[in-house]
Design a protein around this ligand. Structure first.
Ligand code: FE2
Length: 280
């Protein structure tokens, strides 16, 4: 899941390449969910939709999200997010919208609530998940607006899926609280275990200790999305591209290094994300 087709934050010479069906199949993946991120200027929902249709023709099951990081003035096909989700087959929700990130829209809570409401109703009318995928940055507000959303509105928690929740320890702790309340969480796969980074094994252990139901946790690749690096003053200092094969690396690591049974490990990569996007 989570095949983003975004440009990098280092300018036009750092646009991430599009993924191929061959690469998807080689990684052992059959279903993808595509979305835009930071770049909704040189990347467009129309080309994302065409990419999904192309992948479908090549045998990949492909879904997409409307919009991008923005959750106000969202770019849609029909001018109406609800209509898009209801009527356009591969669109199952909106996102990934960005919270707690300097690249996000810094829009207000009401904008977020309205967007989630549109996705919710579009999902009902179209018999789709109406999912709001939320890119969580490492900023100080964390998931505060998401907790407000479920406390102050009638939007079901099941419509909201925060991702990148192992980015910081405080985000993971908020994620555990979100999960205990019955919400779903998404973790981004990483092939490398660099110093200071929370590993998948550590995150799953932590969430288990905090009482989060493992069926609420999914893994995604962020494949072909840009992974920029910024220094402490938020200056861009480099970037890489998400790799879909990181999913397999993480799975093998869970089974090998963490000694998890393949049956237990597989649900994070298969059954759980399938449920989130409305598949049986
Ligand atoms: Fe993201």
């Amino acid at each position: 899941m989570s095949i983003s087709l975004v440009a990098a934050e280092g300018g036009p010479d750092s646009r991430a390449p599009k993924i191929s069906a061959v690469k998807i199949f080689k990684a052992g993946v059959g279903t993808v969910l595509g979305m835009l991120g930071t770049d909704d200027v040189t990347r467009h929902p129309e080309s994302l939709l065409a990419k999904a249709q192309g992948l479908e023709k090549q045998g990949v099951t492909a879904f997409i999200l409307d919009g991008s990081y923005k959750f106000s003035q969202v770019h849609t096909f029909t001018g109406d997010l609800r209509k898009d989700i209801t009527l356009i087959p591969p669109i199952i929700g909106v996102g990934e919208i960005a919270l707690a990130d300097h690249r996000g829209p810094q829009a207000g809570f009401r904008d977020l609530a309205k967007l989630a409401a549109e996705a919710r109703v579009g999902g009902l009318l179209g018999d789709k998940p109406g999912l709001v995928v939320v890119h969580m940055g490492g900023g100080k507000e964390g998931m505060d607006q998401l907790f407000r959303l479920i406390e102050e509105t009638e939007i079901p928690q099941a419509n909201i899926l925060p991702t990148h929740i192992t980015r910081t320890q405080s985000l993971l702790e908020q994620g555990a609280r979100w999960g205990r309340l019955g919400g779903s969480l998404d973790i981004t796969a990483h092939a490398t275990e660099s110093k200071g980074k929370i590993t998948l094994g550590e995150a799953l252990d932590f969430l288990r200790q905090k009482g989060v139901d493992p069926t609420r946790i999914s893994l995604s690749s962020d494949s072909n999305g840009s992974i920029p690096r910024f220094d402490e003053e938020k200056n861009f200092i480099g970037w890489s591209v998400g790799d879909i094969s990181d999913l397999r690396t993480e799975f093998l690591r869970l089974v090998g290094k963490e000694k998890m049974s393949p049956e237990k490990a597989l649900i994070f990569f298969t059954q759980n994300p399938a449920k989130r996007i409305g598949l049986s």
